[in-house]
Design a binder for this molecule. Structure first.
Ligand code: DX5
Ligand code: ZN
Length: 236
């Protein structure tokens, strides 16, 4: 299926908002003992990006991956687009190491930053060759960060409270997605993350998302089901 392997460059440069919906399986739900194999299989099945949830045990009550894991995935999958989601108290400490390790997109949370710092970190992310995403928790309305968005390539709306995979989808956040879509410039991506599967993907797409993260709904399925699952998530 070589022709379906996404080009990293294409995804990095893709003008968003053009109706194309992309899917990023979250490796948080993968079998860590066979991670590279699972990631390669996800891409071969047609996944567009790999979503990598970085948790520091402070911003969220869980611990996951460091830059070394991203470096290993980059080496194993040189053409994969790696979407790093920093759920950490001090994103400024980690943007450099994750960019160096081979991340393509790096998102960090508005909850831990003032606007000026968020803008400075977005600039630093771009200087390091990555695109920058601004993430908001379900209880932060888009309006609270609407004025920051021009500094970012992507808005990441959480549809669960961050920290764990497998939680139920919070549909109320679609108001933030709709407001974000209305308030974003053309070319900005809106990513939705948490509890997404075939049952709610159409709602998410209808609200204006163009990048859907799928953890449990993807990796907890048999691999043979992945191509059809991706079709259902992307929609017509
Ligand atoms: C939650 C993470 C999500 C999570 C999604 O803290 O940011 O990316 O892995 O997993 P599911 O799809 O299982 O909710
Ligand atoms: Zn995430």
């Amino acid at each position: 299926m070589a022709e379906t392997i996404p080009s990293r460059q294409r995804l990095r440069q893709r003008p968003a908002g053009g109706g194309e919906v992309l899917v990023a399986p979250s490796i948080l739900a993968a079998d860590f003992a066979h991670l590279a194999d699972a990631c390669r299989a996800a891409i071969d099945a047609g996944a567009d990006l790999l979503h990598i949830d970085v948790m520091d045990g402070h911003f969220v009550p869980n611990l996951t991956f460091g830059p070394a894991l991203v470096a290993s995935l980059r080496e194993a999958l040189p053409d994969a687009c790696l979407d790093v989601h920093l759920m950490v108290m001090d994103p400024g400490m980690f943007i450099g190491p994750f960019a160096e390790a081979g991340a393509d997109h790096i998102s960090f949370h508005a909850e831990v930053l003032e606007e000026a710092d968020a803008r400075r970190l977005a600039d630093r992310t771009r200087e390091l060759g990555c695109t920058a995403g601004l993430a908001i928790n379900p209880d932060k309305p888009f309006e609270a960060v609407a004025g920051w968005l021009d500094a970012f390539e992507m808005l990441l709306v959480m549809s669960v409270f961050p920290g764990f995979g497998g939680q139920p989808f919070i549909a109320d956040v679609l108001d933030s997605v709709r407001a974000g879509r209305a308030g974003s410039a053309s070319g900005q991506w809106i990513e939705l993350d948490g509890g997404i599967g075939p049952a709610n993907a159409a709602q998410a797409r209808g609200a204006g998302c163009d990048l859907l993260v799928a953890g449990s709904s993807f990796f907890r399925q048999d691999r043979s089901a992945w191509p059809e699952l991706l079709r259902q998530l992307r929609g017509p």
